[in-house]
Design a protein around this ligand. Structure first.
Ligand SMILES: [Zn+2]
Length: 315
């Protein structure tokens, strides 16, 4: 079995955010060029996939929101969904394929055609709320895949969000649930303002949201300590059947938006920790979703470091 699948489409390059926006198509071009230079690129399974349907979107988003996006974006062509979330004529297609990428990876892994995979997509998803777009995100790619896995019979999904920003949309989607654990390490205080450690879930979801806010300037030492003292014990207790990662790389020391100090090698270490836990509990099943990361070279290097572990980790 080939171990690792990539869900990528050129349509993601056509989500045009304008010349000065950090979330640009150059990000994916740099990542793809980097991957093509690796010795293992030929081993990666390149998936083709379809657009998500309204039914898929409504697993997380409200009917009203889905309807407004599907109807308004084609009419308006250009505009902003919130202050920093622009759209252009191909953005709707791109955002529907971005959701479809995660669903296809889920299907392929459930069918045991591959062990793990990554959705190299734009727009990203973790800030998208049930009823509105936010923070460069239109639909919540990772949350929709998590719910899709639950509907396919997976009983416990663990979402790890290591993007430098708190994944507010994902947290809110599962805040009341105990079958999808949401764990986030992020710079705090910082955009979007949520993610304090006292945000732990409600009702039967209490204790199934775990926020690890870290001060600006945190580096490998602080992150590694948090992994060993907080994240790993939470995984051990939850015993997930499937791991999803909101893999943003904007906590990299070179990132122009984030204020953290992680070296590229940190993403290799974090990936190894999750792959080890996935082997222990989840039959090696892991899907990553590209979220942020805005220094083009640091992003490409960090994604490559992450995928090298997905590809090489002994399963
Ligand atoms: Zn981010």
């Amino acid at each position: 079995m080939n171990q690792t699948a990539i869900a990528y489409s050129n349509i993601f390059l056509e989500h045009n955010t304008g010349s000065s926006h950090p979330e640009s198509s150059e990000r994916l071009k740099f990542i793809l060029n980097k991957l093509k230079s690796t010795s293992y690129f030929k081993d990666l399974v390149l998936l083709s996939f379809e657009q998500a349907s309204p039914t898929h979107l409504e697993m997380i988003h409200t009917k009203t929101y889905v309807k407004s996006i599907l109807e308004e974006l084609p009419k308006l062509q250009y505009g902003y969904l919130d202050g920093d979330t622009p759209f252009s004529p191909k953005s709707l297609d791109a955002s529907l394929y971005a959701v479809g990428a995660g669903l296809k990876l889920a299907d392929e892994i459930l069918a045991r055609n591959v062990q793990n995979g990554i959705a190299l997509v734009r727009p990203p998803g973790h800030h998208a709320e049930q009823d509105h777009a936010m923070g460069f995100c239109i639909f919540n790619n990772i949350a929709i895949t998590a719910e899709y896995l639950i509907q396919k019979g997976i009983q416990k999904v663990f979402i790890l969000d290591w993007d430098v920003h708190h994944g507010n949309g994902t947290q809110n989607a599962f805040y009341h649930r105990k079958d999808v654990f949401f764990c986030s390490l992020h710079q705090f205080p910082f955009y979007p303002g949520t993610g304090a450690s006292h945000e732990r879930g409600i009702k039967e979801g209490l204790g199934y949201t775990l926020n690890i806010p870290l001060p600006r300037g945190s580096g490998f030492f602080e992150y590694e300590k948090a992994f060993h003292e907080i994240v790993i014990p939470a995984i051990d207790e939850f015993q997930p059947e499937f791991f999803l990662i909101s893999a943003g790389f904007d906590a990299h020391t070179k990132d122009p938006l984030g204020g953290m100090e992680l070296p590229t090698s940190a993403y290799e270490k974090f990936s190894e920790i999750i792959l080890q836990k996935a082997k222990e509990f989840a039959e090696n099943r892991v899907i990553s979703f590209l979220e942020g990361g805005y220094n083009l070279n640091a992003l490409a290097d960090s994604v490559e470091a992450h995928i090298s572990v997905l590809h090489d980790y002994p399963v």
